[in-house]
Design a protein around this ligand. Structure first.
Ligand SMILES: Cc1cc2nc3c(=O)[nH]c(=O)nc-3n(C[C@H](O)[C@H](O)[C@H](O)COP(=O)(O)O)c2cc1C
Length: 216
């Protein structure tokens, strides 16, 4: 199974990046093909409808869209900002959501968070579910929030507390099994030629709607 994994932080010492590296390793051990991305690969401007109309998706958003389309499942570790979803992740999500067919639809998603706070970012994860579910992704019921992230990792990048390490392993394996079943039942990632055909159909439909409503 193909998994895209990334941390929604570009900070050099990011705790979320440490956590996603662990998750990627577990997924590989479970025989998944993992694309561990750097969020810097997806750098993009603030969503701007005019820019979209003039130039389409910016480069970083296109890169993310293509890598999402490749994957059957996504594992994302994200900071909580001000009790909610992190702005950079939401911005990236919004840009990609403008593509057709909707790239997030049908993707299995496991959400994680790491924070130095005692809550571990769990409040942000509840908010992060919303756009994913709204756009048709299947977000795994369990979410992993790592509290006290500043002291939670050993020097070699493992989780210091065995209880947390076991929980992460158990949840991830459960997620990967479910995601594999979903992918088997709902079909593999759409091949490029079929994607092009679908976007042509979507463009034609949009054009027809514009003609009917008199805006073209
Ligand atoms: C704008 C901003 C808002 C934040 N809000 C929260 C918050 O609501 N809850 C929390 O646990 N941590 C909050 N933090 C602290 C982050 O959890 C902390 O900076 C964390 O290290 C960010 O993730 P990273 O290490 O992967 O970059 C906030 C940090 C910033 C910069």
């Amino acid at each position: 199974m193909k998994v895209l994994a990334f941390a929604a932080s570009v900070r050099r010492g990011s705790f979320n990046r440490k956590l996603i590296a662990l998750a990627a390793r577990i997924a590989r051990e479970e025989q998944s093909e993992v694309d561990l991305a750097d969020f810097r690969d997806f750098s993009m401007p603030i969503y701007d409808g005019d820019l979209e109309e003039e130039q389409g998706l910016p480069e970083g958003a296109l890169e993310l869209k293509q890598r999402v389309e490749w994957a059957d499942a996504l594992i994302i570790s994200t900071p909580e900002y001000n009790f909610s979803i992190a702005g950079p992740l939401k911005n990236a999500f919004d840009w990609v959501s403008r593509a057709r067919p909707m790239p997030w639809r049908g993707k299995s998603v496991y959400l994680m968070s790491a924070s130095p706070s005692p809550m571990g970012g769990i409040r942000g994860l509840w908010q992060t579910r919303i756009p994913f579910e709204g756009c048709g992704a299947l977000v795994f019921p369990d979410m992993f929030a790592l509290p006290h992230a500043n002291t939670a990792f050993t020097k070699s990048g493992e989780l210091a507390e065995s209880r947390m390490a076991e929980r992460l392993h158990m949840e991830l394996v459960g997620f990967l099994r479910l995601a594999e079943a979903v992918s088997r039942i709902c079909g593999k990632a759409v091949p490029p030629r079929e994607r092009t055909r679908r976007s042509q159909i979507a463009a034609a439909l949009e054009e027809q709607t514009a003609i009917q409503s008199g805006s073209a």
